[in-house]
Design a protein. Structure first.
Ligand SMILES: Nc1ncnc2c1ncn2[C@@H]1O[C@H](COP(=O)(O)OP(=O)(O)OP(=O)(O)O)[C@@H](O)[C@H]1O
Ligand SMILES: [Mg+2]
Length: 264
């Protein structure tokens, strides 16, 4: 069996006296798609910010592709891409200029830039809009460009913090088709957060965090089986005590959740 690409061990982040991330240990394997789920404020973004070198852990270790992320941040940066919750593309540049800028900042050789930009713009179906200013793009188009930007350097793993937030069903489906294509073409791993729990049905493994602690890590099928749940909504509701969208669960599912909780 291949070893893990990413190893997170006993990761802690304190803000003042408050522990936002409280001893998280987790592995991600090459080519794996992992959904990192949790209620608002659970510590998802903080965890991703530490793994992607944006903030320093209070304690714990992070190894990516054998590189110590905390001590060798520059070497680690070559191995991952990241797309954050906040927009990172420049709205006053065109789609092409944004990707060009990113390629330059990340040291992609000039000879490869043009081809890579074109490949990425084709992937996210923005090739026809390449010379338009990003400020003229819809929200969905901007998200697709952000996604392309994160993949420009062909990272071993792409971190996506709520890549489908606020997108309509068709746009979300597009993002997922890109994720699946990139994984099968390049063996890229994905570490992503989402509040749309049906998206967690299609990943390899799910990790659930609540109040800074990991409370479950398993395949979607394994989680549903061990909690007697029919959907990830039910699993989430059972484990965290509050559904993300429990108003959308039908009565039969809610009854199953309540029965399961009483048994524990
Ligand atoms: N720079 C900071 N200073 C103080 N507290 C912070 C800071 N960043 C995050 N926190 C706190 O840490 C906790 C975890 O926040 P985080 O953004 O990681 O949650 P999240 O799981 O990403 O939530 P969401 O689903 O809403 O995006 C929250 O209570 C938040 O207020
Ligand atoms: Mg967040």
């Amino acid at each position: 069996m291949v070893g893990p690409l990413l190893v997170v061990k006993d990761l802690v982040k304190e803000f003042g006296g408050f522990r936002a991330v409280d001893g998280v240990s987790l592995e991600l394997f090459p080519g794996e798609i992992l959904a990192f789920l949790g209620p608002n404020g659970a510590g998802k973004t903080t965890t991703i910010a530490m793994i992607t070198t944006l903030i320093k852990p209070t304690s714990g270790a992070i190894t990516l592709g054998g590189v110590d992320v905390v001590r060798q941040a520059e070497a680690a940066k070559a191995l991952f891409g990241v797309v954050f919750q906040e927009a990172a593309v420049d709205r006053d540049l065109t789609a092409r200029e944004n990707l060009w800028l990113h390629a330059v900042l990340y040291g992609l050789p000039r000879s490869e830039r043009e081809e890579r930009i074109e490949e990425m713009l084709r992937l996210v179906e923005l090739i026809d809009r390449r010379d338009d200013l990003v400020r003229t793009f819809s929200g969905g188009m901007q998200r697709r460009l952000e996604f392309a930007r994160g993949l420009m350097t062909r990272p071993r793993v792409l971190f996506l913090d709520e890549p489908t937030l606020g997108l309509d069903v068709q746009s979300r489906e597009r993002i997922w088709s890109y994720i699946e294509r990139i994984r099968s073409d390049y063996g890229t791993a994905f570490f992503l957060t989402t509040h749309y729990l049906e998206e967690a049905e299609r990943v390899d493994r799910v990790a659930i965090i609540d109040h800074g602690r990991l409370i479950a890590v398993d395949t979607p099928g394994g989680l549903k089986a061990s909690h007697g749940a029919a959907s990830m909504d039910e699993v989430f509701l059972t484990l965290t005590g509050h559904g993300i969208r429990d108003e959308q669960l039908d009565a039969a599912s809610l009854q199953r959740v309540f029965r399961h909780r009483r048994k524990q």
